[in-house]
Design a protein around this ligand. Sequence first.
Ligand SMILES: NC(=O)c1ccc[n+]([C@@H]2O[C@H](COP(=O)([O-])OP(=O)(O)OC[C@H]3O[C@@H](n4cnc5c(N)ncnc54)[C@H](OP(=O)(O)O)[C@@H]3O)[C@@H](O)[C@H]2O)c1
Length: 289
Amino acid sequence: MASNKILVTGSNGQLGNELKELSSAYPQFKFVFYGREKLPLNDQSAVEKVFREYEPAFLINCAAYTAVDKAESEKDQAEEINGRAVGFLAATCKHFGTKFIHISTDYVFNGNATAPLKETDEVDPVNAYGASKLLGEKLALQNNPETIIIRTSWVYSFYGKNFVKTMLRLLSEKQSIGVVNDQVGSPTYAADLAEAVMQIILLGKWEAGIYNFSNEGIITWFEFANEIKRLVNSRCIINELTTAQFPTPAKRPKYSVLDKTKIQQTFSLELKDWKERLGVCVDKLKTGY
Ligand SMILES: NC(=O)c1ccc[n+]([C@@H]2O[C@H](COP(=O)([O-])OP(=O)(O)OC[C@H]3O[C@@H](n4cnc5c(N)ncnc54)[C@H](OP(=O)(O)O)[C@@H]3O)[C@@H](O)[C@H]2O)c1
């Protein structure tokens, strides 16, 4: 089925909004955006209805149960959205000849690695959210082996809730804050992830499977917070915390840096530096556009 339609689910989240913003740069495609209210992912008949109506060429699934701590006590809800609903989306894509791009997470790993994680490294979810996302990966590839899955980490954006926005608020409200300095990873500006997804679509070379994506750079949350502080000239004092001093219901990975060689080589993607991209996002948050 040849169409130029791109269906985006979960379109009111960080990545969904970045795709909305980007969509006008791709007039050759007709984008159809569906948020949770109009298309709850776990409503199979609603999903089928939308597919029958649009027969999309591509589905980009940005919807997810992303409440990482809450997922510990709501495992079934997390698995329903991040797992079983994703499996159904994949099967529906196969039925309609729609190419499926799905987003997953670094939390499918246990966080004990000491070198950047490859797509083929052994999975062992660090928490319930990670387990639910891993279920989604497995069901998607099982029901539709043509699926492209992109694992990403530490996502932030102008939109939605994220670490950068929380830090900006705390830095302006408090005289001192504490941020963990023993968890290592790489931030991802959602606008760059959105652009990478569009580049994969545009390239017209469909190589199914799992890929890693983030910005370039390896840092701790403490270092991330300090760069945000520098960008806004805040005088707030940021104290280093250990994970033990900042307990959360869901365990977080000590190390979750993703190796991006595969996505770079397969789709000729150039990855951008985390500091430069953080600067762009913070400017946008300061000025409003
Ligand atoms: N954020 C991160 O740090 C991070 C890290 C690694 C991977 N990821 C993955 O990256 C992808 C995009 O994340 P994001 O940061 O853009 O997430 P987000 O901002 O939390 O957006 C997720 C969207 O999914 C929607 N949603 C939740 N349940 C739904 C349902 N039953 N049916 C339809 N929509 C539903 C939410 O709707 P409401 O707005 O109504 O809640 C929200 O708009 C997700 O797959 C996520 O797992 C994120």
